[in-house]
Design a protein around this ligand. Structure first.
Ligand SMILES: Cc1cc2nc3c(=O)[nH]c(=O)nc-3n(C[C@H](O)[C@H](O)[C@H](O)COP(=O)(O)OP(=O)(O)OC[C@H]3O[C@@H](n4cnc5c(N)ncnc54)[C@H](O)[C@@H]3O)c2cc1C
Length: 480
């Protein structure tokens, strides 16, 4: 059932109250309801975008140039999946481990803990035929598969199921503004609409699923105004925030197109093996070749004839036989998790009196090193095999050069801020996504990622929500 906050009864209680109806919140709500668990799902917005709700996302960014945060996420039913692109991939096994000495990338869980939810996540995201990785010769790289969701708009796809379910009530225009806690237990949260109507919601378990920036902002706020018993205080809330830096990194002339597996979008993907990352002291990355057939070919071949005349001459011959092409090489990669990249509370306040987010984001030396290593290995592989030549952009050739002025900047992937850890000294939530120091307050979404791999985050967000649903069902004896 869907109801506007103003029309809802005064007395609202459920087994589980989920705050935020995006990919994370909706995946969780539908799975809990399927196990006969009563859920109240609070959504800040309505069924359509509105200025009143979207304006709450206005925020300040500091450090490297970053997207406008008011448009980089959506604040209505279905959340940011109302305009996501649908690129999907699971995290690699190595992403859960330490890769580079001293860089805190390890998770308190492993890939095997998420594998049981792989198939169901694929069904939710409507992915077909996810192919395994295959080694790319002795290059230290794998050819990898990315899958593409149609893309699933969670609000549209699950509206009817949530509406008909006996076990879910979706409260629209219900903005989390406060929480009441006693002895490490959250007893109630307060939600408010745009006209000032308020309700207290009582539940046995609460889950915050408001996205990869908002989860941190709201926990920082609740910590400031109340007595939330965060173990270790608020020191780590908002910290170790991450994106996937994106950049074009070069152009490629391919001699034999048959040696590549361009998909229907003319894309082919590569990423380093775990052994390569360890050997090079680099984090994970994704290189993608976008075949542009003959576009821009002349310029690249002219350059190629200077540096590799034999190959250049051969390639010119191949164009007639339609075997060759020119491709653009782009990359998205794992960012080093660092304490100073963070969501903090600014001076300015939103319409509910809650301080707006301040996002500090800078890319590090390791971020440059990571993509330089993969790019050079890919260029070497093509030359060694004599199947292509890569002209890397100049900033990649110099190990001391910084990263280029942001082009695409990132993937709109907001990760970290409430990182998962073994103990409260290393993070905000435990391996079950429960906030350290509380008995019944959980976090869903990519803010719990302690490290980001290179995979687009939504696949792992859904896997984590399904795993959380199973954990919560285990705490509620009447679950079927
Ligand atoms: C342009 C674009 C392209 C993208 N492409 C991809 C891609 O190809 N692949 C990929 O994996 N990811 C992609 N993403 C990222 C993807 O959209 C997110 O990973 C995903 O939506 C996160 O899900 P979530 O549920 O954590 O957050 P959201 O989807 O943002 O949902 C959060 C929900 O919480 C609600 N909320 C916020 N504050 C409150 C409050 N105070 N009270 C109650 N409710 C609240 C919001 O209204 C929203 O409905 C893209 C993002 C953008 C912007």
């Amino acid at each position: 059932m869907f109801v506007n906050l103003a029309q809802s009864p005064e007395d609202l209680s459920a087994d589980v109250c989920i705050i935020g109806a995006g990919a994370a919140g909706i995946s969780l709500a539908t799975r809990l309801a399927a196990r006969s668990i009563d859920v109240i799902l609070c959504e800040a917005g309505g069924l359509e975008a509105s200025e009143a709700s979207q304006g709450v996302y206005r925020a300040e960014t500091q450090g490297d140039e970053y997207y406008d945060l008011e448009t980089a996420r959506l604040r209505y039913f279905g959340g940011t999946t109302n305009h996501w692109s649908g690129w999907c991939r699971q995290l690699d096994a190595a992403d859960f481990e330490s890769k580079v000495q001293g860089v805190p990338t390890s998770w308190p869980i492993s890939k095997a803990d998420l594998d049981p939810y792989f198939e169901e996540t694929g069904n939710i995201l409507e992915l077909v035929d996810i192919k395994p990785d295959e080694a790319l010769g002795r290059s230290g790289l794998n050819r990898i598969d990315l899958s593409f969701s149609p893309p699933v708009r969670f609000g549209e796809k699950y509206h009817s199921e949530l509406d008909k379910s006996q076990h879910t009530r979706v409260l629209l225009n219900a903005n989390l503004v406060n929480a009441r806690t006693r002895d490490h237990v959250v007893n109630a949260v307060r939600v408010r609409d745009y006209q000032g109507n308020e309700r207290d919601i009582h539940a046995r378990i609460f889950v915050i699923a408001c996205g990869g920036i908002e989860n941190s902002r709201l926990l920082l706020w609740l910590n400031d105004i109340g007595d939330l018993p965060f173990a270790g205080g608020s020191r780590l809330i908002g910290r170790y925030w991450m994106e996937h830096p994106h950049a074009p990194i070069g152009s490629v002339v391919i001699g034999d197109k048959n040696r590549f597996t361009f998909d229907e979008n003319a894309l082919d993907f590569f990423s380093p093996t775990a052994a390569f990352m360890r050997e090079k002291g680099a984090l994970n990355s994704q290189l993608f070749l976008k075949s542009t057939s003959y576009g821009g070919a002349k310029e690249v071949i002219a350059d190629l004839l200077c540096v590799a005349p034999d190959f250049g001459t051969w390639v010119m011959g191949q164009f007639g036989k339609k075997l060759a092409c020119v491709a653009q090489l782009k990359a998205a990669w794992e960012q080093e998790p660092v304490f100073h990249n963070a969501v903090t509370l600014g001076e300015d306040r939103d319409r509910f009196g809650i301080p707006r987010s301040q996002l500090h984001w800078t890319r590090s030396r390791l971020d440059h090193h990571t993509i330089r290593q993969s790019a050079m290995a890919f260029a070497k592989h093509l030359a060694d095999e004599d199947i292509g030549r890569v002209k890397l952009d100049s900033w990649l050739l110099d190990p001391d050069a910084g990263l280029p002025a942001p082009d695409e900047m990132g993937g709109y992937h907001h990760m970290g801020g409430t990182r998962m850890a073994q103990t409260a000294t290393g993070g905000v939530v435990d391996a079950d996504c429960k906030i350290f120091g509380t008995e019944n307050f959980y976090v869903a979404g990519s803010s719990v990622f302690p490290s980001a791999g290179h995979a687009n985050p939504t696949f792992s967000i859904v896997q984590l929500s399904l795993r959380l649903a199973e954990h919560l069902a285990g705490r509620l004896p009447h679950a079927s």
